[in-house]
Design a protein around this ligand. Structure first.
Ligand code: AMP
Ligand code: MG
Length: 326
């Protein structure tokens, strides 16, 4: 109780620091489970109006004062400050029994690497050669675990030189690896051991739609297994990023997303695990900036469909071992 009171006081102090001196109405704000009628949304709109009129230096000053990250372009800084203020105000409302804003306990970032040629001829059958997972705790915003296995391609076991140069994955690494079906079984066990989909709410997150809709879908056909249910919906971070920071889709490549946030790629580009870690860094930054990441795409009859933000929030189901197509 005492702790709750302290939280409210701390949040209240920060809300005041966010300063809502203007009466003009700013950006619309989307409540998670609350109502637009809640006075907290009026307060947030007022704060947004004030922030909209701040220039880059004022934004940086304010962020520094609040001990927040001051890196990034103006739009990013503005979004960060707005989200911080929104979060603080919602925190007060939540502590007082109002709204709350987390959808998942964990996010699983997946970034497959696959066989490829220099220009990937039309109809090229990509086979997955690396299956990485980076597990992010959405409350601590820490990467709490990782999974990584290489996979032996079966249709075309020989990697092109281009593929090895691009991904850093050598012929020896895939020769020594297991088949996709067996790796997928270990992935399922790994997820089950972490009680994802049972005790904890989780969602998969990928950089674009292709990981699940193209690479995994194609691989499941090649391996004669049904596309796993838990991998039929995901958060497409490019889409979330574009909507949240209001940047065009042409600027949502992994390198551009990092750059706009003032971050640098860490590790080796096109190593699936390193790519996943960097995607996770963007995701945690977005959560910090107040973005409520949520499933925004799903697979229906082999086609990617948008999940509109007006639809109920989707969570991934408990993972199960792959079923045969035959
Ligand atoms: P990424 O997640 O960007 O590393 O890409 C995933 C997979 O897409 C790679 O493992 C390749 O199979 C394919 N890919 C990515 N970039 C290229 C490229 N420039 N040329 C051909 N294939 C590519
Ligand atoms: Mg990659």
């Amino acid at each position: 109780m005492e702790e709750q009171k302290e939280n409210i006081q701390a949040a209240d102090k920060n809300v005041k620091k966010c300063g809502t001196t203007s009466s003009s109405v700013g950006d619309p704000v989307t409540p998670s489970r609350g109502e637009f009628g809640d006075p907290v949304y009026k307060e947030i709109a007022l704060a947004n109006g004030h922030i909209n009129r701040m220039d880059r230096d004022e934004l940086r000053l304010k962020l520094a004062e609040l001990k927040l990250d001051t890196r990034g372009v103006k739009d990013v800084l503005r979004k960060r400050l707005k989200s911080h203020c929104k979060k603080q105000k919602l925190l007060v409302a939540a502590a007082e029994g109002g709204v709350t804003d987390t959808y998942y306990d964990f996010i699983c970032v997946v970034d497959f690497e696959a066989t490829c040629e220099e220009s990937n001829p039309p109809g090229f059958l990509h086979e997955i050669i690396e299956f990485p997972i980076v597990l992010v705790n959405t409350r601590t915003l820490h990467i709490v675990d990782t999974f990584q296995e290489y996979v032996k391609p079966e249709l075309n076991p020989k990697l092109s030189d281009f593929c090895t140069q691009l991904t850093g994955i050598t012929q020896e690494m895939v020769d020594q690896a297991d088949t996709f079906g067996n790796v997928l079984r270990r992935v399922v066990t790994w997820l089950q051991e972490r009680e994802l989909g049972t005790k904890y709410r989780y969602a998969l997150l990928t950089d674009g739609s292709w990981d699940m809709s193209k690479f995994l879908n194609m691989q499941c056909k090649i391996s004669r297994i049904k596309h796993p249910k838990f991998a039929k919906k995901w958060i497409n971070i490019r889409k979330s990023y574009g909507n949240f920071y209001k940047v065009p889709r042409t600027q949502t490549k992994l390198s551009s997303m990092l750059e706009k946030l003032g971050l640098q790629y860490e590790g080796r580009p096109h190593c699936g695990l390193d790519d996943s870690r960097n995607i996770a860094r963007i995701a945690t930054r977005m959560l910090q900036d107040g973005c409520q990441l949520r499933v925004n795409e799903h697979l229906h009859a082999g086609e990617v469909r948008n999940v509109p933000s007006s639809a109920p929030v989707e969570v991934s189901p408990p993972p199960h071992n792959p079923r045969s197509r035959d």
